[in-house]
Design a protein around this ligand. Structure first.
Ligand code: KG4
Ligand code: ZN
Length: 338
């Protein structure tokens, strides 16, 4: 079956067409229109501006995705219904509903986080379960145990800022552009990670109820205190701070993921979400997990960031017999695990 995916949960307007079944899926087209230019002056996403841009972009992005795929007849529409920014989500959900009505096609709601997770399955549809998934995006940092398709257990999550959000905020402190992740990663390559001693939050705290939780706001504050001591930030200072900060985040993510993988005796580990595009995180996580003789997966960088192929893939791979599809609604706080 050919599935049309629609994603507008944050600041990317995305439409994709995939062809597949529960066993495998092939991307026919995937178009993403970024709004970075709209939000960069504000150092973060402004929800109402995002909604306006989605409204302007969604039709041309849909047309482009259709054209690239050769205008196939799709049999199902899959749309992100949460979590995300309500003004943004409403544009995609509304467009999908109108399209479903006009084209007389069925429509299903997809959890954005489940989309990120299934981005891993596009290239590797035979991932062995149980699997551990580290979702690291601008809005979320979660460790999820996946025991079946659509069966998840939340092992831990951030208590304050998400990993991507921390990259964005630290970039702002260093006078770098939004979004912070890509630019910090670039500047870190030019710096020395051992120049600044920064905390590795939640690594020493060990109690059964917070073992796999994260916290990044203290790390951000530690960077702020250091930066405040400087009159002017030299390029060398920024490079060294970017490298030291990035390593602190990576160390925490890898340690917690490896410990959870060991405790739950998983067969595979996957990473997903925008921060999973970070090349150093990918490399070091892969090394650690392979060392543990566990399979490791990460989506291609373009499918780590928000896209609609992952939304269509989630509709493809999800176990339809068990899947009580989510209602077409817009829920800012939609959970992957109740
Ligand atoms: O998954 P995503 O595209 O959107 C959300 O669902 O939030 O993630 C966006 C986040 C941003 O915070 C961005 O700074 C971060 O992912 N990011 C990165 C990198 N590329 C994007 N963080 C670290 N390293 C990167 N290379
Ligand atoms: Zn996302």
């Amino acid at each position: 079956m050919i599935i049309l995916g629609i994603e507008t949960s944050c600041d990317d307007t995305a439409v994709a067409l995939v062809s597949g079944s529960e066993k495998k899926c092939r991307i026919l087209s995937s178009v993403v229109s970024s709004q970075i230019k709209v939000h960069a002056p504000y150092g973060g996403v402004v929800p109402n501006l995002a909604a306006r841009a989605h409204l302007k972009n969604i039709r041309p992005v849909f047309e482009q995705a259709l054209e690239k795929a050769g205008r196939p007849d799709f049999g199902l529409i899959a749309v992100t219904v949460g979590p995300g920014l309500i003004p943004s989500l409403l544009v995609g959900a509304n467009f999908a509903k109108a399209l479903a009505y006009a084209a007389k096609k069925p429509i299903v709601g997809i959890n954005h986080l489940e989309g990120h997770l299934f981005a891993n399955w596009i290239k590797n549809p035979k991932i062995k379960l149980p699997a551990l998934c580290l979702i690291v995006s601008g809005g979320h940092t979660q460790l999820i145990l996946m025991t079946g398709r659509g069966q998840y257990q939340l092992l831990g999550e951030t208590r304050d800022d998400a990993a991507g959000e921390t990259f964005d905020k630290v970039a702002k402190l260093l006078g770098l552009d939004y979004p912070g992740g890509p630019v910090i990663s670039k500047r870190a390559k030019l710096g020395d990670k051992s120049v600044f001693e920064l905390p590795r939050p939640m690594l020493s705290v060990r109690s059964p109820d917070n073992e796999f939780d994260f916290s990044f706001s203290g790390l951000k504050t530690a960077v702020l205190y250091q930066v405040k001591k400087e009159k002017k930030l030299s390029p060398k200072y920024v490079n060294n701070m970017a490298a030291s900060f990035q390593q602190a985040v990576i160390d925490v993510l890898i340690r917690k993921t490896a410990e959870a993988a060991r405790k739950y005796n998983v067969k595979s580990v996957m990473i997903a979400g925008g921060v999973a595009a970070n090349s150093k995180l990918r490399r070091e996580m892969k090394e650690k997990i392979k060392e543990m003789k566990i399979d490791f997966y990460a989506p291609e960088p373009e499918f780590c960031a928000d896209n609609a192929a992952m939304i269509a893939a989630a509709a493809c791979f999800r176990n339809k017999k068990e899947g009580n599809w989510i209602k077409i609604n817009a829920n800012a706080n939609l959970k992957l695990v109740d």
